[in-house]
Design a protein around this ligand. Structure first.
Ligand SMILES: [Zn+2]
Length: 267
């Protein structure tokens, strides 16, 4: 029996049938996933999707080991604030324990700068505090903003369970993360032949300090590059990471799944 995969970051709220996507993932050995919101309304949707899928999976007895929600406001949406996110988290963690495991994705994106930098930093800070208040993991998106990302984290205090999702830095940025106890998650970009700085980081990342994700529907790994992405493709990301690290794919699946289970404190 081969190992199963954990997709630590996927988006399902724009899928016409999220349950079909999850069933397909389970049929292909991806039996755990964290579904991520990008603004207040999609975060509500994500929690509903997760609850509904759990119920259907139980009824249909599909081979799903677990599905959880991350709720947050992406830096692109920061200009709209975080809305009622704090009350929503308070209520959902009380009424439906085990659905929300993380705050995010949140962070800074100075590449697109769809929201002013000041708004991005404020909204990021509020979500760091939210993760701390509810003892949730923190899922960070950062692009062209390493310096301010670390400054903001250092200033607010880094939640114990913090991950840079879709890590695209090199060895230096990885070291800055490790120094702070921050985890990283590798996406399909690790399978792109020209991502040589990232490849070096993948090779040197410490065991149990990194995870594998799809960030679906974006960033499909080779050989699906340019096409829509799905959680089932996380195995292709894993294959790329395993071959860069010179390890067996099954061992990598086992180790990264275990690391993610411990990180999100789920089973
Ligand atoms: Zn994402």
């Amino acid at each position: 029996m081969s190992s199963t995969w954990f997709d630590t970051h996927c988006h399902l709220h724009d899928e016409p049938s999220p349950y079909e996507v999850v069933k397909d993932a389970c049929d292909n050995g991806v039996t755990r996933m964290v579904v991520v919101g990008t603004d207040f309304s999609s975060s509500l949707q994500v929690c509903e999707i997760v609850s509904n899928i759990k119920a259907s999976a139980q009824k249909d007895r599909i081979n799903l080991d677990g599905i959880w929600a991350a709720v947050g406001v992406h830096p692109h949406e920061a200009k709209g604030g975080i809305g009622d996110l704090s009350n929503f988290v308070r209520k959902t963690t009380a009424d439906k324990p085990g659905v929300i495991v993380a705050v995010g994705e949140c962070g800074l994106d100075y590449y697109y700068e769809h929201s002013p930098k000041k708004a991005q930093k404020d909204v990021f800070s509020s979500q760091i505090k939210l993760a701390q208040e509810f003892d949730l993991a923190l899922v960070i998106h950062t692009r062209d903003a390493w310096e301010d990302t670390f400054l903001t984290l250092d200033h607010e205090g880094i939640p114990e369970k913090t991950v840079i999702h879709c890590f695209t830095g090199g060895v230096d940025e990885l070291k800055e993360c490790e120094k702070r106890g921050i985890y990283v998650s590798f996406s399909g970009i690790a399978s792109f032949p020209k991502a040589s700085e990232l490849h070096e980081a993948v090779k040197t990342a410490k065991d149990r300090k990194f995870f594998i994700e799809t960030d679906s529907p974006y960033l499909a790994p080779v050989p699906y590059r340019g096409k829509p992405n799905y959680p089932r493709y996380v195995a292709s990301v894993g294959l790329a990471v395993a071959s860069l690290r010179g390890v067996n794919e099954d061992d990598l699946a086992f180790a990264t799944t275990k690391a993610a289970i411990d990180f999100f404190d789920v089973n």
